[in-house]
Design a protein around this ligand. Sequence first.
Ligand code: B12
Ligand code: SF4
Length: 480
Amino acid sequence: MARVFLINPPSPEPVRTPLLSFCHLAAALRSAGHEVAVYDASTPHAPRDHDTIAARAAAFAPDLVGLHLKTLHVQPAYALADALAERFTLVAGGPHATIVPDEPFGHGFRWVIRGEGEDALVELAEVVDGRRGAADVAGLSWLDRGMVRHNPIRPFLMDLDRLAPPLSALDLFDPSWYEPRVPGVGLAPAGILSSRGCPQACTFCSNDVTGRRFRYRSAASVASEVALLRSQHGLSAFSFFDDSFAVGRRRVHELCEAIIAIGEPVGWTCTAHPAHLDRDVLAAMKRAGCGGVDIGMESADPGMLLRIGKGVTVERVLDVLSWCADLGIHTVVNLMFGWPDETDAELDATMAFLDSAASIAGGFNARGVVVPYPGTQVYDRNHERFDFTGWWIREAPLEYLPFPTSWNEAEIVRAYGDDPALDRNFFKHPPHRVARMRDALALKASLTMAISHRRMAAWSAGPPASQGAAPIGVPAAGAR
Ligand code: B12
Ligand code: SF4
């Protein structure tokens, strides 16, 4: 049996909850009989210097050391890999490794796993054990006598119910890495995946691991994870980390019924595409504890919506916002700026929408200047033209500052408006438009704060009957 040490490398943006992908990977390895340890150097309090990380790894005596790679934070990850490569056999995985699998071999990695990792990492552990040949592992890229070899792709996991339960790996995360916790509430990943994949094909989205093929767990399997989260970890509020939660009316209704049948109240949020939300589905979600929906809209200009393949109309978003407002579901509308060839008029349309939607929206996402992630159409079609090929290693990392965790108005306004992608100006917008985008970021911040004040004032006058959770959380940064 192999010993596998998984590291989430240091990043300037701390992750404040156990990394869900590591829960999945560690649970899969353990259920196949392997020994696993996890080190999350991207948390607020875990020591992040290379010597400490190397010493922790050495103490575990691993056969394999795995690093999670995200594009934005790949430079500190490669620096760590360079420091570990002589002592350990390294495997890379995660979104960036999936999209650019050749790159990690320049930083001492011996193996790269592309795509979903649960089965592939278990099979690689068998290769390390000498029970299987590397050429047999689908989705594996590897060094074969000094040459990089890419095995055929691994098909998406279709039967998600057979995965080992991610919560079974929580004991591997050291609670001291995270913020002080609320008494009675255990350490948990803050999220559940009820599905993987998204049928849309937005030109800017970097969901290559989970892909376009929508797959989902049975309602019973998800409900049992929700119940466990509540009973064993004291957590009654969580998010669905699904790419697109509301795909499939019948599925959503069944899932909501199963959550209600647990018989204990829970509160949750999700990200959904407006095309999948109607009043009926939203009402079912509300009954099952949905307190908030993160709505991907991205632009309010109809022509731009077509260009980015969003598959949504402004009218539909307004309908969804008013249904949510009626039902007491909080909404965060995701809007982005700085698209390639975005005109003044298109940017103005989005800014005008911000003003007009502020009376019914629950808030807007923080930041939002477009970043051309590798593997996306926005990257492929523009990197030569705007000369940003390989920006993630060629240029200094984009320094997103940590998002505030408590209610400090000045800090929240700063965090909303402070977007390093604006100064990077990937698509070479003229100075007047960059200034206008700065105004747009400031507008999102001020409108979101105004909406928060309005909600707090309404609450202090007595919570409305339809309202879910109290408006005490800080506004969120969209993950994509
Ligand atoms: C939830 C989420 C978050 C949460 C994570 C909370 C937590 N405690 O887990 C938070 C809000 C913190 C977050 C933050 C960010 N996120 Co985020 N996030 C997601 C989201 C929606 C789900 C993640 C997830 O659990 N996926 C499901 C699992 C199954 O997939 P996975 O994570 O890729 O892991 C699988 C494989 O990659 C592989 N694997 C992963 N790691 C490893 C390691 C090894 C060694 C091996 C072998 C395999 C392997 O196996 C895993 C299991 O199958 C994804 C979208 C998505 N579809 O994944 C975006 C996503 C991962 N996020 C993204 C981004 C950009 C960010 C931010 C950089 C945002 C920003 N600041 O601008 C930050 C980075 C913060 C940081 N320091 O890391 C991008 C990454 C794109 C890229 N090319 O890197 C994604 C893909 C969204 C998108 N469509 O663009 N995020
Ligand atoms: S941005 Fe959202 S809707 Fe578009 S492809 Fe990505 S996950 Fe799907």
